[in-house]
Design a protein around this ligand. Structure first.
Ligand SMILES: [Zn+2]
Ligand SMILES: [Zn+2]
Length: 270
């Protein structure tokens, strides 16, 4: 299969493991978008480890890596991404600005010697940093839009010659910010959007940057994608919890919806 999305990590907040997570998996956010030779990776949670191994086996030499934001669950896998240790690999990083610090400065901190044995400057790969703006990766166009989350966080729209894919892993749907996002995602064939909390859980976690069915379902209905994929599962939710949530949601929406799991592949139109 030459054109596909692969979900390498579908867990939010913190990686988990154990038999109660065996179906949905425990790796944190990482999505591979592959369109022939063109490759874009979104987020570098622990899911990027097995992806890195595959890219090395394939001999991929040019990588565009987009960070939605700088929370741990989206970058904790980055220091362990094998292509970083390959001198003939070029990695273009697209990441948001920090508070008075550039993305490069933030990554230097991630590799500070108190945290990790290798410095950013000593990594063999050719790494460069780029601002969040519309980027063309061969046949793919990646656009970004601010999400409603805790600090500067982006969601993405990836356009192939045949389809449009929306991605919002961390977004608390709110009245004041939803209008812009509805417009941004309007043409999506496939919309990947979180629904991390149950309504009960959300009550005590307002402002934590995640949504429950009460806010997400009308938002999805307004956008009207052909298919809705739910990712960024709460680490407290076991397979049984996620299956129950999935079934409840399916009964309440007209949009075909699927709770996605680590390793899932969705074929794109070539
Ligand atoms: Zn997250
Ligand atoms: Zn976050």
């Amino acid at each position: 299969m030459e054109h596909y999305l692969k979900f390498w990590g579908t867990r939010g907040s913190c990686p988990v493991s154990g038999p109660q997570y065996s179906h949905f998996g425990g790796n944190t956010s990482c999505l591979e978008v592959r369109y022939g030779e063109d490759l874009a990776i979104i987020d570098a949670g622990t899911g990027i480890l097995p992806l890195g191994n595959q890219l090395m086996e394939e001999g991929v030499r040019r990588i565009h890596l987009f960070f939605s934001h700088m929370h741990w669950d989206h970058l904790i896998g980055f220091p362990f991404f094998k292509p970083l240790y390959c001198p003939d690999v070029e990695i273009r990083i697209h990441a948001p600005q920090g508070k008075g610090r550039s993305p490069k400065e933030l990554f230097e901190q991630l590799f500070a010697e108190e945290f990790f044995p290798v410095k950013l400057a000593d990594l063999p790969a050719r790494i460069s940093f780029h601002p969040m703006e519309t980027v063309r990766v061969g046949n793919l166009t990646v656009e970004c839009h601010l999400a409603h989350h805790v600090y500067t966080t982006y969601c993405f729209k990836i356009t192939t010659p045949r389809e449009t894919i929306g991605y919002a892993s961390d977004n608390e749907v709110e009245a004041h910010s939803r209008g812009g996002l509805v417009g941004f995602f309007r043409e999506s064939d496939l919309l990947i959007h979180e629904m991390q909390y149950t309504e009960e859980e959300h009550l005590g976690r307002r402002g934590w940057g995640h949504s429950s069915a009460k806010e997400v379902m009308p938002f999805i209905a307004e956008i009207g994608p052909k298919r809705w994929i739910v990712t960024h599962h709460d680490p407290c939710h076991t397979d049984a919890d996620l299956r129950r949530l999935s079934e409840e949601t399916r009964l309440k929406t007209r949009c075909p919806v699927e709770w996605i799991y680590d390793g899932a592949v969705i074929e794109l139109k070539g």
